[in-house]
Design a protein around this ligand. Structure first.
Ligand SMILES: Cc1ncc(COP(=O)(O)O)c(C=O)c1O
Length: 388
């Protein structure tokens, strides 16, 4: 059963418990993975030669210069020394939080704001460092940051705001006007604003337009990203921190050095290859997500009494309201136990700080295998209906 949220990574526990029962996986939010051969096919001749010749010496602790240059090129005005590579996006978040908040006396002189829902490991990392106020995003407001509520929660000792846009599990992207207002607020109060942008490559741009990456629009803005989701390369373990402030990155590097010396040399070359081929890789991944989204919408006509699909906001996953009599969590458990279809109830994003959506499930869209999983979901629902 899914229990209290404090100091537990509920999503990880759910996957550990039910993953072995899953024959049809609709839980993932990453994209179709590329094979090594597939990645090398899109490499320049120079990078293919580097791949064949590379050894396994220690590399630059900040990430190979070529890799950081490729990441910086994705931003408007950042240089390679304004990027710090980490082992995945989660390590990047951990390092930047520690760099801003530690080491200090816990709870005495620091406070942070957390916009919810957010990936639980980020919440746990922050709660270990200081007092945290959670501010839940509201569906009625399109899951946008509520500037007045945020302002009211700011204290003299508040140091930062942490958020995740495009957001999981809601899929919501940040509205550009709301971002402007949030940046002005942070600037007035001298706050760091950290955004986990890991789902940016798969977002569906909404009519209001696309918000810029935080590091491109605020001098104390920190963009976290990596190759784990839209690129379909979570096994490379390449994430990064992008930020104007070199001093912050220096502190983050000291934290990172206590975790690992450097990235894997192989991952650095492959990551650089992927970044140079970004338009091609992302276009392919988005086409898979889009095809699955269309198919899900088609199939969902048959179970409108079960799930109400949210408006499409991201091609990595979609949130759906569960309309059955029991809870979304017990539906998800029954589905995987009886039919082998794995979906994630949004209660897995539960927070000890504020209520988050509980009556929804998140369905992954990023893999070609999702098509048969969607069929299995429809079949399972028909079977339940016949049995009822
Ligand atoms: C919002 C969010 N941030 C970070 C991560 C972790 O990314 P990585 O595997 O690159 O550490 C995840 C993984 O599911 C996630 O959903």
């Amino acid at each position: 059963m899914i229990g209290a949220a404090t100091d537990r990574f509920l999503l990880g526990e759910f996957l550990a418990q039910w993953g072995p029962f899953a024959r049809h996986d609709l839980s993932s939010s990453d994209s179709e993975t590329l094979s090594l051969a597939g990645l090398l096919q899109v490499a320049s001749a120079e990078n293919a030669a580097r791949w064949n010749a590379h050894g396994f010496a220690y590399t630059d602790p900040r990430g190979h210069l070529r890799l950081r240059t490729a990441i910086a090129a994705r931003h408007d005005h950042l240089a390679a020394d304004q990027i710090l590579c980490c082992c995945g996006a989660q390590e990047a978040i951990y390092c930047v939080l520690q760099a801003i908040l530690g080491p200090h006396d816990f709870a005495r002189d620091q406070h942070a704001l957390l916009l919810l829902p957010i990936y639980q490991p980020s919440e746990l990392a922050l709660q270990r460092l200081c007092e945290v106020t959670g501010i839940e995003l509201q569906e009625a407001d399109g899951w946008q940051p509520d500037i007045d509520r945020i302002e009211a929660a700011i204290r003299p000792e508040t140091r930062l705001i942490l958020m995740n846009y495009p957001n999981s599990p809601t899929g919501a992207s940040l509205d550009p006007d709301r971002l402007d207002a949030l940046v002005s607020l942070c600037r007035r109060h001298g706050l760091w604003l950290i955004n986990d942008e890991i789902y940016r490559q798969t977002e569906i741009v909404q009519p209001g337009g696309r918000a810029p990456m935080l590091a491109d629009c605020y001098e104390r803005g920190v963009s976290i990203n990596g190759l784990s989701k839209g690129f379909g390369l979570p096994g490379l373990r390449v994430g990064w921190i992008a930020c104007h402030d070199r001093a912050l990155l220096h502190h983050a590097l000291i934290v990172k050095s206590s975790l690992s010396s450097c990235l894997a040399a192989s991952s650095e070359i492959l990551a650089e290859i992927a970044l140079h081929a970004e338009p091609r890789i992302i276009a392919t991944q988005r086409a898979i997500g889009l095809a699955n989204l269309h198919y899900l919408r088609e199939c969902s006509m048959g179970f409108t009494d079960l799930l109400e699909l949210d408006q499409p906001r991201n091609l990595a996953f979609i949130s759906c309201r569960y309309l059955g009599d029991d809870s979304a969590a017990s539906f998800a458990t029954r589905l995987v136990r009886d039919a082998g279809v794995l979906v994630l109830p949004t209660i897995l994003w539960r927070s000890s700080l504020a209520p988050v959506i509980q009556d929804c499930v998140r369905l992954g869209l990023g893999h070609t295998r999702c098509r048969t999983a969607i069929e299995a979901l429809a079949e399972a629902w028909n079977a339940i209906r016949i049995a009822a």
